[in-house]
Design a protein around this ligand. Structure first.
Ligand code: PMP
Length: 344
């Protein structure tokens, strides 16, 4: 009998090809056209599905991973979830060494996805044998046939976006993109996407979004590591206290910094205006748009693409909790803009 079933063979076939959605109300009054690449449409609800798939499939191609091999990484965040998801389908063991600062919800979520989670003390330095970096390195050394994803220093991270996110955006905009604005953490998303887009049209302007308390913007401007730039901040997944090897700073034209408070309020505003339930860094990148628009960055015919990296459900006890916002002082009148005061 002819097979008429239109099913995917596994959830992994749904990685990538995420939609580009026009922003309407949040960009009201801005000069230009604005579009969001909504990465929560990936099956693991974030852009990290792309790097998990690419890095694991490259290791398979090279014969490093075989059935039953172990995959190791040091994150309780989106990358951990994506690696766990890919590991389940492909039959690998997934070990995640995470900081004791990670929420119980996150650890439970990773265990639900089949990962073995080592919870390592947060208060020790990175070179302490108990730190999650050192635990991951040790497990990698001790486990033959294992791979250590090491997303901050793995060039395949950038390559995943060069091969998928970049071409998708070029195709979805019919080559008419003028600006890419994206958060930079490992830098894989922005550098890989930018590299592809600039190869198609060198005039595409690429703007990275960084946090106050992170080193990236200053490093981009001076190529020097200035430890005075580093202090704690709230936004997760954006900015860094080291120079990630996975970032190609040469394909980024400039960086802009955003605050914890304004990014949090803007994330809430995206839900209320566009009906898109996105993560904290989607708030950050949209906050950057507001600032860039005010600075006169965009012309009336410009087509600006921003990347929304993940889904809002991961932030219910943070940005989308009034109590958490209150505890951070984000409802203090002097940190909230006039328009945001009206909304909340
Ligand atoms: N947003 C979130 C929520 C993330 O987890 C990350 C990854 N650290 C980013 C943005 C930044 O992406 P990239 O690591 O590719 O720079």
């Amino acid at each position: 009998m002819e097979n008429k079933i239109k099913a995917h063979n596994s959830i992994l076939e749904l990685v990538g090809n995420t939609p580009l959605v026009r922003l309407n109300r949040i960009s009201e009054g801005f000069t230009g056209n604005f579009f969001a690449k909504v990465e929560s449409f990936n099956p693991g609800h974030s852009s990290k599905d792309r790097i998990a798939m690419h890095i694991i499939e490259e290791a398979e191609r090279k014969g490093i991973l075989t059935e039953g091999s172990t995959i190791i990484e040091t994150t309780s965040g989106n990358t951990g979830f994506s690696i766990a998801m890919v590991s389940i389908i492909k039959g690998y063991k997934c070990i995640l060494a995470v900081s004791s600062k990670s929420s119980k919800d996150k650890i439970d979520m990773l265990r639900t996805m089949g990962a073995i989670v080592y919870v390592c003390p947060a208060h020790v330095s990175a070179d302490d044998p108990r730190s999650y970096y050192e635990v991951a390195k040790r497990l990698h050394k001790e486990t033959s046939g294992s791979i250590y994803i090491n997303q901050y220093f793995n060039e395949l991270n950038m390559e995943a976006h060069y091969k998928s996110t970049g071409p998708e955006i070029w195709e979805q905009t019919g080559g008419q993109i003028t600006h890419l604005v994206a958060c930079s953490g490992t830098g894989g998303t922005i550098s890989g996407t930018a590299k592809y887009l600039k190869e198609q049209n060198p005039n595409v302007k690429v703007i990275g979004v960084d946090a106050f308390g992170s080193i990236l913007k200053k490093y981009h401007e001076t190529r020097e590591f200035d430890s005075n730039e580093i202090y704690p901040y709230r936004i997760e997944g954006l900015g860094k206290n080291l120079i990630p090897g996975a970032t190609d700073f040469d394909v980024i034209d400039k960086f802009i910094k955003v605050t914890d408070s304004e990014s949090a309020h803007t994330a809430r505003e995206i839900a209320k205006t566009e009906g898109i339930f996105a993560g904290y860094t989607s708030g950050a990148v949209t906050q950057a748009l507001k600032q860039l628009n005010e600075q006169g960055e965009f012309g009336p015919k410009d087509n600006v693409v921003v990347i929304f990296p993940d889904h809002g459900s991961r932030y219910m006890s943070k940005v989308y909790s009034d109590q958490w916002m209150e505890d951070q002082g984000f409802f203090d009148t002097n940190t909230v803009s006039e328009t945001q005061k009206v909304q909340y």
